[in-house]
Design a protein around this ligand. Structure first.
Ligand SMILES: NC(=O)c1ccc[n+]([C@@H]2O[C@H](COP(=O)([O-])OP(=O)(O)OC[C@H]3O[C@@H](n4cnc5c(N)ncnc54)[C@H](OP(=O)(O)O)[C@@H]3O)[C@@H](O)[C@H]2O)c1
Length: 322
């Protein structure tokens, strides 16, 4: 049996993807902030699909919480209560409208949640990912300032980890909530490609793939918007407008099925280093933004991120050391 770890696998796109994976007989670790809520979902998945499902407390924005959760996963693997990971799905994400908020570590919360926590999670667990396994990063079309998605939410800025982590402090220029979200997603794509290059150089057969589900207003992602705007975004009129102006159109059923395939189907085994997007019921292998292919930026982002999370030399994955 294979096991897949999915952050935010108990709600929104993550929950639908968890159901898809469970229906294939795959065991799951559902990681999120509220163990009681996650436990309810895990129990349902066990009842319906007869899989193993573990509810794991993990606040992805907190480096201590990520480290503690990883220790629990390592323990479960050591005790053979779960198998090595077939995939890690970096799905948890959030946007925070309004003023800048900071994580428990003092880093800007959007960057800490969407990007930095997942960076640490992958570093600490890469050696527990099975041969031919996958790391899938759930990103967003908003990362690309040339597209309608990027223009509407807020154009992504420079993927400078140190500046992004400390936004609003030390006289650093601040950016809007939308730009913070788009830029965090750009960082995830740079990470996807950099991890792919490092894995290939080390001769490892693990894939690193970026996935954009397209715009899906039904999930909880827009919960920080004013209530009226949230309700409007869910109407078919709003859907029509966004389609007309060229926003990438996701759908909860199609995008979650697509994500489950990217994570677990054989046909996606050779897709490392790709950006896959769900749009109008089609899953396409497409180009991400120009900035996302800058290898120098990706290398610097990786090094700066290692410093920000305080990665100890012993925590660098053995699979990336040669
Ligand atoms: N919906 C869209 O239009 C859209 C478009 C492009 C990309 N995406 C991406 O798709 C992914 C899934 O989002 P969604 O649309 O399904 O939104 P969602 O319903 O809000 O789901 C987000 C998930 O992330 C979890 N999460 C948030 N902060 C967390 C934290 N600090 N620690 C652990 N878990 C945390 C949430 O858990 P709680 O239940 O505890 O809050 C929830 O399970 C995100 O990465 C999002 O950026 C969504």
């Amino acid at each position: 049996m294979s096991t897949i770890l999915i952050t935010g696998g108990h709600s929104g796109l993550g929950l639908e993807t968890s159901k898809q994976l469970a229906s294939r007989g795959i065991d799951l670790i559902l990681a999120g902030r509220d163990p009681a809520r996650i436990e309810v979902v895990a129990k349902r998945l066990i009842e319906i699909y007869g899989i193993k499902a573990v509810a794991l407390k993990m606040d992805i924005s907190s480096l201590t919480s990520v480290r503690n959760s990883v220790a629990e996963i390592q323990d479960l693997i050591a005790k053979r209560e779960i198998d090595d990971l077939q995939a890690i799905v970096c799905n948890a994400g959030a946007s925070f409208m309004g003023g800048i908020k900071y994580s428990a570590d003092g880093y800007e919360l959007t960057f800490a949640t969407n990007y930095l926590g997942h960076f640490l999670l992958v570093q600490l667990l890469l050696d527990y990912v099975a041969k031919n396994g996958r790391i899938v990063f759930v990103t967003s079309g908003t990362h690309d300032p040339e597209t309608r998605d990027g223009k509407m939410v807020g154009k992504a800025g420079k993927a400078d980890a140190v500046a992004l982590a400390h936004l609003g402090k030390y006289n650093l220029k601040t950016i809007s909530w939308g730009q913070r979200y788009s830029t965090s997603k750009l960082c995830m794509i740079l990470l996807t490609y950099e991890l792919d290059r490092r894995l290939k150089r080390s001769g490892k057969s693990i894939s690193s793939i970026a996935f954009d589900p397209g715009s899906i207003p039904e999930t909880g992602l827009i919960r920080s918007l004013p209530r009226q705007l949230q309700s409007f975004a869910k109407t078919s009129f709003a859907r029509w407008i966004t389609r007309m102006i060229g926003v990438t159109q996701g759908r909860l059923d199609f995008s979650s099925e697509a994500l489950a395939k990217v994570v677990a189907s054989v046909e996606f085994a050779g897709m490392s280093g790709k950006y896959l997007q769900s749009n109008e019921g089609v899953l396409q292998d497409t180009r991400s933004s120009k900035a996302s292919y800058e290898e120098g930026s990706a290398r610097k982002l990786w090094e700066d991120s290692s410093n920000l999370v305080g990665l100890h030399p012993s925590e660098v994955p053995a699979s990336l050391r040669n």
